[in-house]
Design a binder for this molecule. Structure first.
Ligand code: WQD
Length: 344
């Protein structure tokens, strides 16, 4: 009997890659997505890879009654991976209430339903943004959570606290927060990837759209940071590695009897930091494409450097990132060419 897992935001970038990994590892998947930042076409992409179409329910998780009805209908769901949230840092500054409502009320409604069950496993999509500019690198899970630089980051911090407090009261609920570093790349099949909705805020989709000619040139936001070449350093992790970590974390919760504690946190990164210029060099080297760019002023809110200490995930989840930066960028480029061809 396959375990049935709910993946909220399962038509999104990381969500869709996780659905594929779940299906390939024997889970039955139900997706909830309100299509606010994804496309129904992703369902076909998932099916092309796994030959199995996950059940899809179009619910806005801000509708509490809809969430209650869902869990009454799907009594057999005991595992949830919760991706559904708004995630644009800049937008969250302009529209904080949208972010607090969408990212927190939805989390609360789901936890209210899971807490009624005599056994439930919950994986939360969190972010290294909770660390702000960490005092020490690489960043461990014990690094202090700093005052969030944006409402988006604050919803991740508050979200983790809501889960932690809930787990204290409901021992039947076991949960893990996964703090992503910088997810990039696309599935090797090029059937799924990061959808080009609007102007890319993140580095790698802007790079691939520049290389394919959709954007004139990449603006590098500052080269006067205290780093090897003056540009910011991040830990870029292949989305396929990130997806696998979710399956491993869920299995840990569902299969292990006592975690000892029923709440834990793991960093998900490669453990390696690369500067923006190094990413550009890696992209050019791995694709053979020349990337036009210019150095401009710093972007408000950017931190200098962040990369993960991966020991806890390596040992606690028996998981480590397997793809190199070159491989991730090559997969992003393959995806960009596929999208561009389909747009013709
Ligand atoms: C990476 C580096 C930019 C674009 C954000 C969120 C984080 C997570 C991942 C959700 C920075 C530089 C970027 C460009 C550039 N999202 N850059 N030119 O800001 O590290 O993290 O996305 O969880 O929460 O904060 O990622 O890709 O935007 O930027 O020079 O056109 O690339 O300055 O140094 P970031 P990013």
């Amino acid at each position: 009997m396959k375990s049935k897992i709910l993946v909220t935001g399962g038509l999104g970038f990381i969500g869709s890659h996780t659905v594929v990994a779940l299906q390939q590892q024997g889970f039955e998947v139900v997706i909830i997505d309100n299509l606010s930042n994804s496309s129904i076409d992703v369902l076909a992409g998932i099916t092309k890879i796994t030959q199995t179409t996950p059940e899809f329910v179009n619910i806005d998780l801000r509708n509490k009654d809809a969430v209650i009805d869902f869990f009454e209908k799907y009594q057999d769901i005991t595992g949830v991976i919760h991706f559904a949230a708004s995630k644009a840092v800049g937008e969250s500054v302009e529209n904080p209430l949208l972010y607090y409502e969408n990212n927190l009320s939805t989390l609360i409604y789901i936890l209210q339903q899971l807490s009624k069950k005599n056994k439930a496993s919950f994986i939360f999509s969190s972010s290294c943004t909770v660390y702000g500019q960490a005092d020490n690198l690489p960043i461990t899970e014990n690094a202090p959570v700093k005052k969030a630089m944006s409402p988006y980051g604050n919803t991740k911090q508050i979200g983790e606290e809501i889960i932690m407090d809930t787990c204290k009261v409901y021992p039947s609920l076991k949960a893990i927060s996964l703090r992503y570093f910088n997810p990039i790349g696309a599935h090797p099949s090029t059937e799924i990837g990061e959808l080009p909705i609007g102007t890319p805020q993140n580095l790698v989709p802007f790079i691939t759209q520049t290389a394919i000619g959709k954007r004139e040139q990449l603006s590098v936001f500052g080269n006067d940071y205290p780093t090897s070449d003056g540009t910011c350093v991040r830990d870029y992790i292949h989305v396929v590695d990130l997806a696998q970590a979710h399956v491993v974390a869920l299995k840990k919760l569902m299969e292990e009897e006592a975690l000892g504690k029923n709440y834990d946190v793991f960093n998900l990164g490669t453990g390696k930091g690369n500067s923006v210029l190094e990413v550009i060099q890696s992209f050019e080297r791995s694709t053979g494409e020349k990337l036009p760019f210019k150095i401009v002023d710093r972007r408000e809110g950017d931190i200098t450097a962040a990369y993960a200490d991966t020991n806890k995930a390596n040992t606690g989840l028996n998981w480590r990132a397997e793809h190199s930066l070159d491989e991730a960028l090559k997969s992003a480029w393959k995806w960009e060419k596929k999208v561009f061809k389909n747009e013709d």
